[in-house]
Design a protein around this ligand. Sequence first.
Ligand code: NIG
Ligand code: FE
Length: 403
Amino acid sequence: MSLLLTNTTIVSMDQSDSDYQTQPNCYIAIEHAKIVKIGPMQQCPTADYSQIIDCQGRLITPGLIDCHTHLVFAGNRAKEFEQRLTGVPYETIAKQGGGILSTVNATRAASESQLVELALQRLSALTADGVTTIEIKSGYGLTLEDELKMLRAAKQLEQHASIKVSTTLLAAHAVPPEYKDNADNYIRYVCDEIIPAAVAAKLVDSVDVFCESIGFNLAQTKAVFEAALSHSLGIKGHTEQLSNLGGSELAATMGATSVDHIEFLDEQGVKALAQHGTVATLLPGAFYFLRETQLPPIDLLRQHNVPMALATDFNPGTSPIASLTMMMNMGCTLFRLTPEEALRGVTCHAARALGLQDSRGQIRVGYDADLAIWNIDHPAQLAYEVGTPRLHSRIVNGEICHD
Ligand code: NIG
Ligand code: FE
């Protein structure tokens, strides 16, 4: 299988470029799902390609990467949304057994195929927005069986849609009712049984922990990371979302690919990310939906050259928003990112957050042929506009998809 894209305007997001220069009048040659040649149209190869697409000058970016989602779950939390509008805080709802645990009940009751069907509907909104790679977390099962069911459902999406899925085990998302007041025992169960079973079933790329007063403390977080590392899995954290427990620093020191949310991260934490090459993943959807006021330390992250990713955090409780370009807009309006930082956040830096920086997130020879072709004049339009249909088509695994 080979594909030749002609008359393209490339926005490569190559990390060596200081800004997103566009390169007009280019071709991109693809073979066996990899980019094999890029160059000016004057040097366009004439060899036989199974398919040639004239892009008519359209802008091409790397396929967008949504590097933090909870896409697989059943039920919804519209009632809780109403409750919060009457003034009940997220933490109070969680303590009353609502919040994450209400989604746990609905997800446990759903079959694997129901979970796939629900996730596919949500996924179609993301792919229509140019997403070609998605990270999906478990965390609404909280038993070995139900966590594995969620991960299998996440993996299955690759069979039903043109998408690459990176799976993350988030068994340490909340203390399940069976272990109420016994979080340490639950953590032992996660480390000794759930992680090894997920590894044996080849269902997991990374392990995540919700390190927070309504989640797990530092010692528990460390134990889960140690278990993950002993199986050579990647680690990442939901850290410093509602308070500063030091989870980001712990995660970075242990080699985390990313720490996510981080509204309450301080300079010491930022320095730890810089020192260990950990990506700061910003989740403006949750910030917006919970009407948070504490902004993530964007200027400090810039000063210390910490790569910033942006993701939807799509989930029923804090970010039921299935649009990654909407997150680019929110990253700019709420967090004052530049449109270029926002685009890096959903391409090269998002790839790094998933440990995929050597194959995805940039348009480069040798990289995977996962691309998004746009009906726009300037890349800043991706962050500037909301709700307008801008995608022309996606290239996934070297093949064109008209979503
Ligand atoms: O990323 N912070 C914890 N996890 C999710 C929320 C999950 C939920 O409320 O269902 C988050 O915001
Ligand atoms: Fe999340």
